[in-house]
Ligand binder design. Structure first.
Ligand SMILES: NC(=O)c1ccc[n+]([C@@H]2O[C@H](COP(=O)([O-])OP(=O)(O)OC[C@H]3O[C@@H](n4cnc5c(N)ncnc54)[C@H](O)[C@@H]3O)[C@@H](O)[C@H]2O)c1
Length: 310
């Protein structure tokens, strides 16, 4: 199949290119604003911008499937640069969606986020209403609506994954919580714990994440899916896991420094308990996350450095 992957120099994108490149004809693009992977095996990542409509028309033409991963990622960058974030998430997604409709693309896959739920009830399914709080969640929710409108009006096959926290060792480096903690341990620096440490996150390994994309492409799936794992862990537990692994592997632990809660750019609400229901993706796509945080911590510690320098 001819598959376009935008954001292919990034964390999820480059790992997805690696998974799909043997079986499919992959076109990979990125503007290298964050990601820096230039080649994945025999696939070269082309320098193109999804916020440039001419680039988008050109990259989408002739494709059967589009995986649109490019865009501003995470809460701080969206809060700090709201206009640029709107262009890179909303406008770019509109360009990609319209180009996909014109090109007769059969399936457009889009990574949304857990953040569209805002402060959800304890049990979170795909039916839980969107109630995003900050720019990141609102822009991703807006992008979801752009895809869903094209699905309703133009018959586009739109697939939306509402992803939890993606961690682990992929092709590109990533500043995710787990990767930052393991890097601090490797540098023997104190770990910073904000607030009580009781705030919980749902974690999904990047190599499991790309398996879900593969399944969705193989099945030609459409609709909205929560994409996470059974591992909803507190920040305190993650820190303890990293220190225990360090003790086992290197014979040392690092001190934990507590700082007041900074509430992720002041806009995110930290939840202390929830159940992220992934039964739909398990049932309909046959998705089964296999990798565990504990194993990934050891894998990350075994490498020299897992996060990009700032
Ligand atoms: N990693 C997570 O935990 C997570 C969770 C939920 C959703 N997502 C979403 O999944 C997608 C991929 O996430 P990731 O972790 O791989 O992020 P990433 O930042 O590693 O990758 C995104 C890539 O997009 C590129 N990019 C940004 N703007 C672009 C533009 N205008 N044109 C072309 N390329 C551009 C960047 O250079 C980067 O390589 C993002 O859209 C992100 O919002 C990620």
């Amino acid at each position: 199949m001819k598959i376009l992957i935008t954001g292919a120099a990034g964390f999820i994108g480059s790992t997805l290119v690696e998974l799909l490149r043997h079986e499919h004809d992959i076109r990979a693009i990125d503007n290298f604003s964050v990601g820096d992977v230039r080649h994945v095996g025999d696939v070269t990542v082309e320098e193109m911008d999804v916020a440039n409509q001419e680039h988008v028309e050109e990259m989408v033409r002739g494709q059967e499937v589009v995986v649109h991963l490019a865009g501003f990622t995470g809460i701080p960058v969206c809060e700090n640069n709201p206009e640029a974030a709107a262009v890179n998430i909303l406008v770019a997604t509109k360009y990609v969606t319209d180009a996909a409709v014109r090109a007769g693309v059969r399936q457009l896959l889009f990574p949304s986020t857990f953040a569209v739920y805002g402060v959800p009830p304890h049990h979170i399914t795909e039916e839980t209403p969107r109630a995003p709080i900050g720019m990141y969640g609102n822009l991703r929710a807006g992008a979801e609506y752009i895809l869903l409108a094209a699905q309703q009006l133009d018959g586009l096959g739109a697939l939306i994954f509402r992803q939890s926290n993606i961690y682990g060792r992929g092709i590109a480096k990533k500043r995710s919580l787990l990767n930052i903690l393991t890097d601090q341990v490797l540098r023997r620096e104190p770990i910073t714990m904000y607030g009580s440490g009781e705030q919980v996150r749902n974690f999904l390994h990047v190599r499991d994440t790309v398996q879900a994309y593969k399944l969705a492409i193989e099945k030609g799936a459409t609709g909205i899916y929560n994409l996470g794992s059974a591992e909803t862990l507190s920040v305190r537990t993650i820190i303890e896991t990293v220190n225990e692994a360090s003790q086992r592997l290197f014979g040392y632990t690092v001190p934990v420094e507590r700082k007041p809660d900074r509430g992720a750019a002041g806009r995110e609400v930290d939840l202390t308990d929830f159940h992220f229901d992934i039964s739909k993706v398990q049932r309909e796509l046959g998705f089964q996350p296999k990798l565990k945080v504990r194993d990934a911590v050891e894998e990350l510690l075994a490498q020299e450095s897992s996060v990009p320098a700032t």
